[in-house]
Design a protein around this ligand. Sequence first.
Ligand SMILES: [Zn+2]
Length: 147
Amino acid sequence: MDFKLSTRRADGVFIVDLAGRITAGDAVAAFRQAIRDEVANGHHKILLNLKDVSYIDSSGLGELIMAIGTVTQTICTSCGATVFKDEDGNWDPCPQCESKERKTWGQMKLSNPGRQVTDLLQFTKLYTVFDVHESEQEALASFSTPG
Ligand SMILES: [Zn+2]
């Protein structure tokens, strides 16, 4: 099956339904754009529904890692600028306003991974990096309230 992507909303969570093969090229580009759009629109809670995904290659996996990095980036509580760690792993103050108050921008979870995707995530030890749930219902319930 060719790659397909659509979005919908449930309980304040923005669900991205993915289907087919997430592989280098058009699929990865479309997925990247969808995540950018969600973040640009301020959608803090994103669920990737992988139910109909048949295959993810290393490019697709890399894009998933990029996506979670984008959504769960650390921002300044006062002005919203992205905050980074220094070389020793300590948090720098906000580059814009020098504030030391920071928070995580949003949450991203995965649901319904098929066999290949589950194996891939477990083999690469990414299963715990991504918050993976067996059902959409369970994933939706796991989002914490605003924060
Ligand atoms: Zn700031």
